[in-house]
Ligand binder design. Structure first.
Ligand code: ATP
Ligand code: ATP
Ligand code: MG
Ligand code: MG
Lengths: 251, 251
C-alpha cells in the first residue's frame, strides 16, 4: 500500500502547508504517484497550488459526488482532495457518531489510496476530531518545527496528545521532525536547533532555511520548484524528498 | 463596562498570543485594570507570562471552583483566566447545547468583567465554537496580520466568517488590523503592507516590526517591556497601546 504521511503540529504557522505542498509536488516530480489530502478548513493547499476546487474531501467522505468530479489533477502525478470551509460539515458528521468516529477518514481513504505511492495530509493548527482522524489513518508523522521557543512548547504538548492516540493506533509513529525557518545568522535559531537535536536527534531532518521565495510562490499558485528552482527553499525541500524517499540520487 | 477586545485571526502563527499578552500587560503598565482571557487549547498566554495555572477558563465557565482559586494575578493590574487542554471539555459543553451555545462565554464573563477597564481575549487559530463564543462576547476585534500572501488569504476568509456572526451580533466590529513581522528591508513585506492599506486603510495600525526579542522573551516568561524595554518590539507595542487607549501621552 502507499506510504501515508501526516504533516502536522498543533502550533500555527510553522510551515505545515508549505511543507505538505512542496513535499507532495516534489515527490510527484521525482516520479511517484502522490495524493495530497487537505484536512484544513483554511483550504490553503489548493491556494498554494493555484487551483480553485468546486468540491473536495467533505464531498468525498459524504459520498456526495463521484470521485472523478472531486479529485483534482493538480500536476503530473499529483492529485488533490481539497479542504476548505465545507470541512466544518465533516467535523459535525464525525462528532455525531456514538463510536468509531475517529475511523471516518481511514474507512473512506483506504478505498482509494492503493493506486498511490504516497498519501500526504496537510492538517489544521490546533487539535480536533479531524486531526485525530488523520492520526488513525496514517503510519508516519512529520512535524515541521519553526525554530522558536513558542513552537518548542507546542511540540512538547503535541507529542503528549499524540501519545494518547498511540495507545489505540499502534501503527502511527513520529518519523520526521523538520526544523523550519532556520536562519543561520540568528544565534537563537541555532540554539533551538541544537536543543531539538539533543532531545530528538534521530528524527531530525536537514533544516529548511528561511527563504522569502517560499512565501512568494503562493502568490503565483506555483510550487517552489516552478517559482524559484534554484532557491535555497527548493534545494532544501529536494533534500527532504531524498530523505523521505530514502534515495540520495533523486534530482 | 469594560472595553472587550478579541485578538484573533484563523491563520496560524501571525502573532495573536504575542499581541494579546504584550497588549494586555502594556495596558496594565499604563495604569488600566486588565483581564486577559486565554481561549486557546494551546494555553500559550500563560506560558508567555511565566505562570503555571492549576485551573482557568474551563473551570470558571463550569463553576468548578471559586473565582479566587482560578483567576491568576499575572502582574500588577493584570489578571489571567488561563487556557489549555481542559478547554476541549468546554467546547463539548458548548456543542451539546441545543440552542444558545454561542452565548456561553458571554453569560459567564459578563458576571465578572465590570471591575476591569479592558478584557483582552487570545484565541486559537482556525474557526470553532469557542471563537464564535468570543465574537458573541466582544465589541471590538483586532486582527494581527503577518505580511505574507498566505496570511492575506486567511484574512479574506476570516472576514467572511466574521460577517456571518455580525448578522446576529450587531455590536461586534473589526476595529484594528495590526500588521506584524514587518521587515522594511524586504520588498514583499512593504508591498503587502501597501495592499493592506489600500484595502482596509482606516483600520490599519502602525506595524509591529520583526524583532527577534519578541520571540526570545517567552523563554524567560517575561513581557517585552520586562525582557527588552528599549527594543523595537517594545516600542511598537507601546505605540499600539497609545492607539488603542487613544492617548498619545502614555509611556
Ligand atoms: N522556510 C520558509 N521561509 C520563508 N517563509 C516561509 C517558509 N516556510 C513557510 N513560509 C511562509 O510562512 C507562512 C506560514 O507557513 P504555512 O502557512 O505553510 O504554515 P502552517 O503551519 O501551514 O500554518 P497554519 O497553522 O495556519 O496552517 C506562510 O506565509 C508561508 O508562505
Ligand atoms: N514581531 C515579531 N518579531 C519576531 N518574532 C515574533 C513577532 N511576533 C511574534 N513572534 C514570534 O512568532 C511566533 C508566532 O507568534 P504567536 O505565537 O504569537 O502567533 P499566534 O498567532 O498566537 O500563533 P497560533 O496561531 O499558534 O496561536 C512565536 O514564536 C513568537 O514568539
Ligand atoms: Mg497550513
Ligand atoms: Mg497563539
Amino acid at each position: 500500500g502507499p506510504r501515508k504521511i501526516a504533516v502536522t503540529l498543533s502550533k500555527g504557522g510553522v510551515g505545515k502547508t508549505t511543507t505538505a505542498v512542496n513535499l507532495a509536488s516534489g515527490l510527484a516530480l521525482a516520479g511517484f504517484n502522490v495524493l495530497l489530502v487537505d484536512t484544513d478548513t483554511q483550504g490553503q493547499s489548493s491556494f498554494m497550488l493555484g487551483v480553485k476546487p468546486q468540491a473536495g474531501l467533505t464531498e468525498f467522505v459524504n459520498d456526495e459526488l463521484p470521485l472523478d468530479e472531486i479529485m483534482i489533477k493538480a500536476r503530473d502525478r499529483l492529485w488533490l482532495l481539497a479542504g476548505g470551509k465545507s470541512l466544518a460539515g465533516l467535523k459535525r458528521v464525525i462528532d455525531r457518531k456514538d463510536f468509531g468516529g475517529e475511523m471516518t477518514l481511514r474507512e473512506k481513504l483506504s478505498t482509494i489510496d492503493k493506486q498511490f505511492d504516497y498519501v500526504i495530509l496537510d492538517t489544521s493548527p490546533g487539535w480536533d476530531p479531524l486531526i485525530v482522524n488523520v492520526l488513525f489513518y496514517v503510519d508516519e508523522v512529520l512535524t515541521p518545527v519553526s525554530l522558536e521557543v513558542m513552537t518548542l512548547q507546542g511540540l512538547v504538548e503535541f507529542l503528549k496528545s499524540m501519545s494518547s492516540i498511540q495507545k489505540y493506533n499502534k501503527d502511527v509513529a513520529l518519523k520526521y521532525i523538520l526544523p523550519t525557518f532556520h536562519d543561520k545568522r540568528v544565534k537563537k535559531s541555532n540554539a533551538i536547533l541544537k536543543k531539538l537535536e539533543s532531545l530528538y536527534g534521530d528524527h531530525i531532518c536537514t533544516p529548511i532555511r528561511y527563504n522569502v521565495r517560499l512565501s512568494e510562490a503562493p502568490a503565483y499558485g506555483q510550487t517552489i520548484y516552478e517559482f524559484a528552482p534554484g532557491s535555497p527553499g527548493a534545494q532544501d525541500y529536494r533534500e527532504l524528498i531524498r530523505k523521505i524517499a530514502d534515495n540520495p540520487k533523486l534530482f
